[in-house]
Structures are given as structure tokens and as C-alpha cells.
Design a protein around this ligand. Structure first.
Ligand SMILES: *Cc1c(COP(=O)(O)O)cnc(C)c1O
Length: 367
């Protein structure tokens, strides 16, 4: 069986370092908001090229708390519109509705699956206050264009970087183009903890100050509460695990890029549409997503032949029960994507021989 993603094997590579880091935390006697978090925040900010990094409990909280902080700062208010791609993982949209803001679903570019200038421009209204681009599957959105639209209309930008750790455009990393970037370190992400974790990157000192309070009961100083905050902290054990794995992120990304290249060069079946690559050197390949009209058949055929694939994502957010108010909306590009996409195995530990087996099987597939 070729698994979609072998987390055990990925973490096995760092077994001793992870254990040593864990022991270091156990022996320190300090488990929340300590040295490991401080260090990880510095190291991740440096990795991304941002001035600040604020660790939080998970990626969804990174999104929610950033929007919340802008409300505390008076930059957003209830009912303001936030432009978000209609084909994202639902977390990006939940973060907007959780803050009583209005998500405005915009269809992605049909080739890149990311937001593009045309779509954003036609969705801007008087009430638009922010854009939330998602760098889907590891490929950065056209941030140069998005930043210029935002500047022109005085909009905030929150990048959803949950799938794009280290992704680049013009040498500048995801999470440093907008006013803030929200990251998830869920175990299966490109930089994955051994549990839940997330972070926000920003160059903005005001935002940094509010976020460091919001994640910790709204408090900068023990028992003095400036905001009605929450408990969303990145604990010391997870910070220590992430510090070990951050050192290997670029090497792991290169391994993913090599797998992607092998698929791109090898798959030649006309029934399969390969992913479109806008900036090859900057794509971090969180997922390798193909499109086919014969998805169910292909998935079963691969599974019968020992290859596990997944679907990201089977149901569009506007077709979910949670957003029943949108169920009648018709967003054809998103709907087609949710019907046709299939994610092939990809990771830093997937062997060349296994990729070759996948390629050969896919090329032999017929409808
Ligand atoms: C994973 C993911 C999130 C949420 O991250 P969690 O850490 O699971 O809360 C948000 N947005 C996107 C695009 C994701 O893929």
C-alpha cells in the first residue's frame, strides 16, 4: 500500500531530536508560554521574513484572532465584508463568520485555484474591508496584484498560509505580503506539530500587541485584562517539536517539489488534467491535485492497485449544511473543482519508485 501521507515515517526521521526536545521541556518544569515558544516565534518570524510571529493554538484561531484583533483596533466592525475564495477549506470562511463579519465568496481562477485580480475587483463594494486570500495546495496567490488592489481600495489583507509554509513569489514568502499571515501546524501540514498548533506573522506592532493579549485571556500582564480574550496558546511541547522540524522544512519542501516534478513529467493520460504551476520555484506542494471527469472510477482503480488518494475537498463551503443560507448559490468553478479534484500521494518521504508506480498506473487508466 502506498499511503497518501505517512506521518509516522516523516516524524521517525527526527525521532531522537524530538525526544530530546520533549525531555528538555519536561525537565524545565515550565509548560505554557515559556522559552520554547519565544524561540519558535523568533525562528519562524525569521524563516518567513516577518518582524513578529505570535503562536496560537491552531490555524483556525490564527485566522479568527487576527480578524478579532482588527475589530479591537477599530479597523473592522460587525457586518464588514471580507472577500474569500469560494473553494477554500471551510476554516477560512468560519473565521469570518465567527467574527460577525460577512464572507463574500469569490470564485477562484479556474487554472490556479487561487483568487485572482478580476474576481476580487468585481466583488468590491462600499462595505468591503478586507481580503482573505488562501494559498491553496501550496501555491501562493498573485499577491503583487492583490496588494495593489488592497492599496487602491484601502483594504486589509489576511493571508491564509495553512498550506503554504515557505511558498514564494518574487523571493518573498507567504505570510509577509499582506498585513498578516495565518499559519496552521496541524500534523499533516508542510510544517506539522505532533498535535494542534498555529501562528500569525505580521510586521505590524499594534496588531502584534493585541494578538499577544487576545490569545492569553486578553491580558498582557497577569490578572489585568485589557480585552475579552480567549485561551489560544501554543504550548511548550508543541513549540519544541516545531523547532526541531522547522530546521528541516526547506529540505522537506525540496523533496515534495521533486515528487511533483516526477508526476508533472510522467503523467501523460489525456483523461487527467495536471495542476497548473504559476511559479515553479515558489510552489511548496502541500497537495498534488489533479482533475478528472472520472474521479470516482480513478480513485477506486488506484485504491484497488494499492494507492491511497484523498479528495480536497468533496463539498464546496456554500453547499455545506453549516452555510444553508448559501445552498442555492451557484458558483460553477468551485462546484466543478469539488466534483473533479483528486489528491495524489505526496510527502517528503515518498520514494521515487513509489511515485513511478503511481505514474504508470495513472497512465494505464481508461474510462
Ligand atoms: C488546515 C487549514 C486551516 C485550519 O488549520 P487548523 O490548524 O486545522 O485549525 C485553515 N485554512 C486552511 C486553508 C487549511 O488548510
Amino acid at each position: 500500500m502506498i499511503p497518501f501521507l505517512d506521518l509516522k515515517e516523516i516524524n521517525q526521521q527526527y525521532h531522537q531530536d524530538l525526544k530530546d526536545a520533549c525531555s528538555r521541556v519536561i525537565d524545565s518544569g515550565w509548560y505554557i508560554m515559556g522559552n520554547e515558544l519565544d524561540k519558535f516565534e523568533q525562528e519562524f518570524a525569521e524563516y518567513c521574513g516577518s518582524k513578529y510571529c505570535i503562536g496560537v493554538a491552531n490555524g483556525l484561531d490564527a485566522l479568527i484572532l487576527t480578524l478579532r484583533a482588527w475589530k479591537e483596533l477599530g479597523k473592522l466592525e460587525d457586518g464588514d465584508e471580507v472577500i474569500v475564495p469560494s473553494n477554500t477549506y471551510i476554516a477560512s470562511i468560519l473565521a469570518i463568520s465567527e467574527n460577525n463579519l460577512t464572507p463574500v465568496l469569490v470564485e477562484p481562477n479556474a487554472k490556479t485555484f487561487n483568487l485572482a485580480a478580476e474576481g476580487i475587483k468585481s466583488a468590491i463594494t462600499e462595505r468591503t474591508k478586507a481580503i482573505l486570500p488562501v494559498h491553496l495546495y501550496g501555491q501562493i496567490s498573485p499577491m503583487d496584484e492583490i496588494v495593489s488592489i488592497a492599496n487602491e481600495h484601502n483594504l486589509l489583507i489576511l493571508e491564509d498560509c495553512a498550506q503554504s509554509h515557505g511558498a514564494l513569489l518574487d523571493g518573498k514568502k507567504a505570510g509577509t505580503w499582506g498585513d498578516a499571515g495565518a499559519f496552521s501546524f496541524y500534523p499533516g501540514k508542510n510544517l506539522g506539530a505532533l498535535g494542534d498548533a498555529g501562528a500569525i506573522t505580521t510586521d505590524n506592532e499594534e496588531l502584534f500587541e493585541v494578538l499577544t493579549a487576545l490569545r492569553n485571556y486578553g491580558s498582557h500582564e497577569k490578572y489585568k485584562n485589557k480585552y475579552k480574550g480567549v485561551n489560544s496558546r501554543l504550548d511548550e511541547i508543541q513549540a519544541a517539536m516545531l523547532r526541531v522540524k522547522l530546521k528541516h522544512l526547506d529540505r522537506e519542501t525540496k523533496a515534495r517539489q521533486a515528487v511533483a516534478q516526477q508526476y508533472l513529467e510522467g503523467i501523460s493520460n489525456p483523461l487527467i488534467e495536471l495542476p497548473f504551476v504559476s511559479y515553479a520555484e515558489g510552489h511548496v506542494w502541500h497537495l498534488f491535485v489533479i482533475k478528472t471527469k472520472y474521479r470516482e472510477k480513478l480513485q477506486k482503480y488506484l485504491s484497488d492497485n494499492g494507492i491511497q488518494t484523498l479528495i480536497h475537498y468533496p463539498i464546496a463551503p456554500h453547499k455545506q449544511l453549516a452555510y444553508s443560507e448559501w445552498n442555492e448559490l451557484h458558483l460553477p468553478i468551485s462546484e466543478e473543482l469539488h466534483k473533479d479534484v483528486l489528491s495524489l500521494p505526496i510527502s517528503s518521504v515518498l520514494e521515487t519508485g513509489d511515485v513511478r508506480i503511481c505514474v504508470e498506473l495513472i497512465n494505464k487508466f481508461s474510462n
